[in-house]
Ligand binder design. Structure first.
Ligand code: ZN
Ligand code: FE
Length: 255
């Protein structure tokens, strides 16, 4: 399996997934058509499907243009049936998607939107705007409880699972993480690494689930340091996961 990362718009990532045996391919979250079909031509593959993680325009803006050029199956959660351009194959938790000889499992992970899904190909997770490197998506349509349970499912995946997210937000996310956990050594060490990648114009994606467990504040509601720092500003805050998580999310919204 080959994964080609494609940059779209200011900071979006889409992914061309290629089955190297059959040369069939699918594209995840094409924000725009042109960079997507250019990648398809460069790789000389047969584009067969669009896999959308959620309905937001920066993840689906290329659907219409690609459908003019190719005949494609379009996958997204059935909740988005009436608002996702070109949807032909509504999916739900546990659905299977095949690309040539590759197989993906659909994980329903609402919170950012109510129909958000991830696609898990072997140990590669394509998670859109639910989980970012060192961050998570805003709660546009879901509750903190929903987002927490979606993130918990992702956190429970094997540590070596590669995390391919929908945006290059890593540097800003790490700055925020540092405000909550300045003594987390793994976090402190990650900052200069990410900074030099960005200076060279390189992507910080993918990361792994185990790296996220060590550094992402939205996977770290159990961290004593985070809890203590939150309680300095919010003395009455509970230590239960939902309270800690939603307070971190609120602070990030204002960061
Ligand atoms: Zn989004
Ligand atoms: Fe987005």
């Amino acid at each position: 399996m080959k994964v080609v990362q494609i940059s779209f718009l200011a900071d979006n990532y889409g992914y061309l997934i290629v089955c190297e045996k059959s040369r069939e391919a699918a594209i995840i979250d094409p924000s725009e058509a042109e960079p997507a079909w250019r990648a398809v031509e460069r790789e000389a593959v047969n584009l067969r499907a669009i896999l959308n993680t959620h309905h937001h325009r920066d993840h689906t803006g290329g659907n219409a243009g690609l459908l003019e050029r190719y005949s494609l199956d379009v996958y997204a959660h059935r909740i988005d049936r009436d608002r996702l351009p070109g949807l032909t194959h509504p999916v739900e938790d546990g659905s299977e998607v095949t690309v040539g000889e590759l197989r993906a499992r659909v994980l329903f992970i609402p919170g950012h939107t109510k129909g958000h899904v991830a696609y898990l190909f072997e140990n590669r997770l394509f998670c859109g705007d639910t989980l970012f490197i060192a961050g998570c998506g805003r709660l546009f349509e879901g509750t903190a409880e929903q987002m927490l349970s979606s993130l918990t499912r992702l956190r429970d995946l094997p540590g070596d699972t590669l995390v391919y997210c929908g945006h290059e937000y890593t540097e800003k996310n790490l700055q925020f993480a540092m405000t909550l956990e300045p003594n987390n050594r793994t976090l402190v060490e990650k900052i200069p690494q990410v900074h030099s990648l960005r200076i060279e114009g390189k992507s910080t994606v993918p990361s792994t689930i185990s790296e996220e467990k060590d550094t992402n504040p939205f996977f770290r509601w159990e961290s004593k340091e985070i809890q203590q720092n939150l309680k300095k500003s919010f003395p009455s805050l509970g230590s239960d996961p939902v309270s800690v998580f939603s307070q971190i999310r609120k602070l990030k919204d204002q960061f």
